[in-house]
Structure formats: structure tokens, C-alpha cells
Design a protein around this ligand. Structure first.
Ligand SMILES: [Fe+2]
Ligand SMILES: [Fe+2]
Length: 203
């Protein structure tokens, strides 16, 4: 029997949907949410560059991630354009509690394969949660312009989520990837549960 790629059909596989109140909260300050969004895109681009720098022996990964860097940076530029169009400014980067907690869950020692796997799965998870959040915005906002705006990001991040999982399964045994992914999903559920709902944050 052909082994299925995990959770690709269910776009997200996430264990906890975003609190519906969050969508309304984001509408309070467009400048704040767009600023946070811009830095999420910047961090996605930066992390892909960092993976390329540190794992140069993984040729397939480099080939696949090189265009993602361009895409994420394009996202950053779109968000920046959106801010400027409205006479708003890119604010300061905030402390990213969500990402920091995920990083703390990554294996730091042990075999390089385990660390590599965790780095790929962290990216998959951030992409998945971002995708889910963009989906909420694209469906729940009153402003039809912004509904369309976020829909584009949602589609793009869905592709990234699956790419990181596919890369993990390319380099590592599928059962190992699957087992660890479940642990990540569980951890993320707990994290989402304890995090404050803030309208000035994508996560
Ligand atoms: Fe992006
Ligand atoms: Fe992405």
C-alpha cells in the first residue's frame, strides 16, 4: 500500500482552530497587524536563507527553498506596499512569543538528523498556522479588499506548509517524520491554548 503523505489533504492538521474573536481584534489597528505580518514574511525569508547556509549538502532542499526566499520576500514587499498606500508605517519588530516557544521545543543536541527534522517541522508548523490565520481573515473580515488580500497569502502559505513536510519525508523515514509531527502538533495546541489573543499579532 502506498504510504500517504501526512496531513496534506487536511490543509493544516492543526489541533486547535483560532479563536473567532481574533479576526475582529485584528481590524482595530491595520498598522499593527500589517507590521507584524511584514516581519513574519521577513522571518520566513531569513529562515529559508539560514537553512540553505547551514545545510548546503541537501541539494533538493536548496533547489526548493531558493525560490521560496524570493516568494517570502515578495510577500514582505506586498505588505509594505499596503502599509505605504494607506499612509501607514512599518513599526518596530516585536518579540515573537509564538516562534520563540516553538524554537525552545526544538531539539538542540543529539543527531544532526533530529535537529534538521525539527527545523523543517517548525517551519511547516508556522506556515500551517499562518495559513490558518490568513484563512480566518479571508473569510471573516468585513472589508472585502482585505478578504482578497489575505486569501492570496493563505494559498501561498498552504503550498509552503506541504513543501516543508515533503522535504522532511524526502530526507528522513516517513514514520519518524510522522511521529515527530504529531508531537509538534500536540505542543502547538498547548501553546495556542495558553497564548493571549492579540489583534496586533498574526500568531
Ligand atoms: Fe509568506
Ligand atoms: Fe510561507
Amino acid at each position: 500500500m502506498q504510504e500517504e503523505t501526512i496531513d496534506v489533504k487536511n490543509i493544516l492538521g492543526l489541533q486547535l482552530p483560532t479563536d473567532p474573536r481574533w479576526v475582529d481584534l485584528t481590524a482595530i489597528s491595520i498598522e499593527a497587524i500589517l507590521t507584524d505580518h511584514a516581519y513574519c514574511e521577513q522571518k520566513a525569508a531569513t529562515t529559508c536563507i539560514s537553512l540553505i547556509q547551514r545545510y548546503s549538502e541537501y541539494e533538493k532542499m536548496i533547489t526548493e527553498l531558493a525560490p521560496i526566499v524570493t516568494e517570502e520576500w515578495g510577500h514582505f514587499r506586498s505588505v509594505l506596499t499596503e502599509l505605504h498606500k494607506r499612509g501607514l508605517k512599518l513599526g518596530r519588530q516585536r518579540k515573537d512569543l509564538y516562534v520563540n516557544e516553538l524554537m525552545a521545543f526544538q531539539k538542540k543536541g543529539g543527531h544532526v538528523d533530529d535537529r534538521f527534522l525539527d527545523e523543517l517541522l517548525t517551519m511547516a508548523l508556522i506556515e500551517a498556522r499562518s495559513c490558518e490565520r490568513f484563512k480566518r481573515l479571508s473569510e471573516g473580515l468585513n472589508d472585502s479588499y482585505f478578504r482578497k488580500f489575505y486569501r492570496k497569502f493563505m494559498e501561498s502559505e498552504a503550498g509552503h506548509y506541504t513543501l516543508f513536510i515533503t522535504l522532511a519525508e524526502h530526507y528522513l523515514p516517513k514514520p519518524k517524520v510522522r511521529k515527530r509531527w504529531k508531537e509538534w502538533l500536540e505542543f502547538e495546541k498547548e501553546l495556542m491554548n495558553k497564548m493571549e489573543i492579540r489583534g496586533d499579532r498574526i500568531h
